[in-house]
Ligand binder design. Structure first.
Ligand code: SAM
Length: 314
């Protein structure tokens, strides 16, 4: 059994040698530096699997997979053999235990999610945290990512973007969730499902206003579809059709400079009106309630406007 610690194992000396783990009866191949490898897999087009991804799966000592059938199919296509253990949301703790046993012995573990880059809205995040907390190395084997693929085809600004993941399933919680992102001045990226798409788009149109957006469906696959329009247009389109099939990402324009300026003007107008009849404190409290803008921001603006009014009078 290898007794090497995870981070200081002299890699070159043992490379290629087989070490038998008595604990797991898994031979530690020592072909890779010890650590957890988060291996990106295709989001549709199998040609998007990277040569390094294939080599990592072939050289590692244990493969954890969100969906063992999907990963085994990919391995079969590349002639890769190896032990594959299920590590989905309900089995992440078990997967972590398997991984730590291998890492304790200086071995290497790969994790593949269902599709795309592991660690983004899948069990890879918890797995990586557990491995980091145990003091072992986590390494990225990058490749396809649904969020980034959708962002780059959306035509929306990509200099700044915010990944929001999946919205909650329940209607009330979904509305609260969308409200959280309404003020962000960066392109927003959401993962979505077909049955909920039309309702989400309608919610977003109501909460965000009629911003530009893009629905990216089945990216890199045969029936890839990229539909761009305003949130209202897209809500109307998907409201009239059957729930679309397949995998979906919704990309939405961020809060624009113009709408921020319009809101600032609205805030000033509301405060001027309130300051004409109320104290600064009460005016700020009333306007904060009316606009939903944070009370301290409204208060500091109210102080500035009140000072300007005083100066104008004197
Ligand atoms: N970790 C993966 C990533 O970021 O690439 C995504 C995992 S998440 C559980 C799966 C979600 O990614 C799907 O529900 C869908 O929203 C999105 N997705 C995956 N493949 C896609 C594709 N080919 N086209 C559009 N969206 C896709």
């Amino acid at each position: 059994m290898a007794n090497a610690t995870p981070n200081n194992r002299p890699k070159s000396k043992r490379e290629g040698s087989l070490v038998q783990s008595h604990q797991l009866e898994t031979p530690i191949k020592m072909l890779l530096e010890s650590g957890l490898y988060l291996v990106a897999t295709p989001i549709g087009n199998l040609g998007d699997f990277t040569p390094r991804g294939a080599k990592t799966l072939s050289d590692c000592d244990l493969i954890l997979a969100e969906d063992t059938r999907v990963t085994k199919r990919l391995m079969g296509l590349h002639g890769i053999k190896g032990k594959v253990v299920r590590c989905d949301e309900s089995a992440t703790e078990t997967g972590l235990k398997h991984a730590l046993k291998i890492l304790d012995q200086g071995g290497s573990v790969a994790f593949c999610s269902d599709a795309g880059t592991p660690g983004v809205s899948d069990p890879g995040e918890r797995l990586a945290r557990g491995v980091i907390e145990a003091g072992y190395k986590v390494l990225a084997v990058p490749g396809a990512s649904a969020a980034l693929a959708a962002l780059i085809v959306s035509g929306l600004p990509s200099a700044r973007f915010f990944f929001a993941g999946f919205a909650p399933a329940k209607a009330g919680a979904r509305a609260d969730f969308f409200h959280e992102f309404a003020a962000i001045p960066a392109t927003l990226i959401f993962y979505e499902t077909g049955p909920r798409l039309a309702e989400s788009l309608a919610n977003m149109a109501k909460i965000f206003g009629n911003r530009p957006a893009c629905v990216a469906r089945e990216l890199t696959k045969l029936y890839e579809e990229t539909r761009r329009g305003t949130l209202s247009d897209l809500a109307a389109h998907y409201g009239q059709t059957d729930a679309p099939r397949g995998e979906i990402v919704v990309v939405v324009g961020g809060k624009s400079q113009e709408s921020q300026e319009a809101e600032a003007i609205d805030l000033d107008a509301a405060l001027e009106e309130a300051l004409a009849r109320l104290s600064v404190k009460d005016a700020a409290a009333a306007v904060a309630l009316q606009t939903g803008i944070a009370r301290r921001d409204v208060y500091s603006r109210a102080l500035a406007l009140a000072a300007a009014r005083k100066q104008a009078v004197s």
